[in-house]
Ligand binder design. Structure first.
Ligand SMILES: C[S@@+](CC[C@H](N)C(=O)[O-])C[C@H]1O[C@@H](n2cnc3c(N)ncnc32)[C@H](O)[C@@H]1O
Length: 230
């Protein structure tokens, strides 16, 4: 359970994703975009305003309604679902299925919706080593592999069936002047006993505090595939 309480808490993940994709839309002259697992309007609104045609696919009913309430076109379905036209950019940002056996069909269906000379972009935490991973390694006194590395390798293997992959990473920051915000956030993704919780407190103090601010870094792998003319 994530308990973030302080007003000083900041997480710039959406700003970083929005910045990266907005720049991509501009530099590659993207005019149509399909955003699979769009989530909130925090990113979708900016994307919609940057392209001639934008469509969100969102399986969560409440999120879909909230997107619609700010005039964002949305299909309230679980992808893969029927979508007619093709798109210059198909984005899967933190919406790859958890079950790796679903990867091939999911990616194939998304790839089929990319127009010639268009792009498929996947943004994922799979395969990253960042503050959370390093904190976990230190607490459990073992050098851990990158996060969900097996799934990441499988994902890469499948994407390479479709074309030459371009790899990038982007980094977002969670920060607060209140240590409990970061402590609770880390604990929401780790199972710790009492002793390990004490260790986490001291690790945050020693390595993740600069002056009065506690900061942890989240890396996101960005995988880009271009569809070339046949
Ligand atoms: C972690 S959020 C990411 C939101 C946004 N794309 C971002 O990167 O900030 C994942 C979103 O994808 C939606 N989602 C996950 N799998 C989906 C699927 N197969 N079809 C449609 N929506 C999906 C979830 O409901 C959720 O809103």
């Amino acid at each position: 359970m994530k308990v973030i309480v302080s007003e000083n808490y900041r997480n710039n993940q959406k700003v970083i994703i929005k910045g990266f994709i907005s720049k991509f839309l501009e530099t590659k002259n993207i005019d149509t975009m399909l955003d699979i697992g769009a989530g909130s309007s925090a990113t979708a609104l900016a994307f919609k305003e940057s392209v001639r045609s934008y469509l969100a696919v969102e399986k969560d009913k409440r999120k879909a309604e909230s997107l619609r309430s700010v005039d964002i076109p949305v299909i309230n379905k679980t992808f893969p679902c029927s979508i007619k036209k093709k798109w210059t950019l198909v984005l899967l940002s933190h919406s790859i299925p958890e079950n790796k056996h679903k990867y091939h069909n999911f990616i194939k269906q998304a790839w089929d919706l990319v127009s010639e000379n268009g792009y498929l972009i996947i943004i994922t935490f799979k395969g990253v080593t960042d503050s959370l991973r390093n904190i976990k390694s230190e607490i459990f006194e073992t050098k851990l592999q990158a996060f969900e590395n097996e799934k990441y390798i499988e994902l890469i293997k499948i994407l390479e069936l479709f074309g030459k992959l371009q790899y990038k990473t982007i980094t977002s920051i969670e920060s607060s002047t209140c240590k409990n915000d970061i402590y609770n956030s880390v604990l929401s993704s780790l199972k710790c006993n009492k002793k390990q919780k004490c260790k986490l407190t001291s690790i945050l103090e020693k390595r993740y505090r600069t002056n009065l601010t506690y900061k942890i870094y989240h890396k996101h792998n960005v995988l880009i595939l271009k569809k070339h003319n046949n």
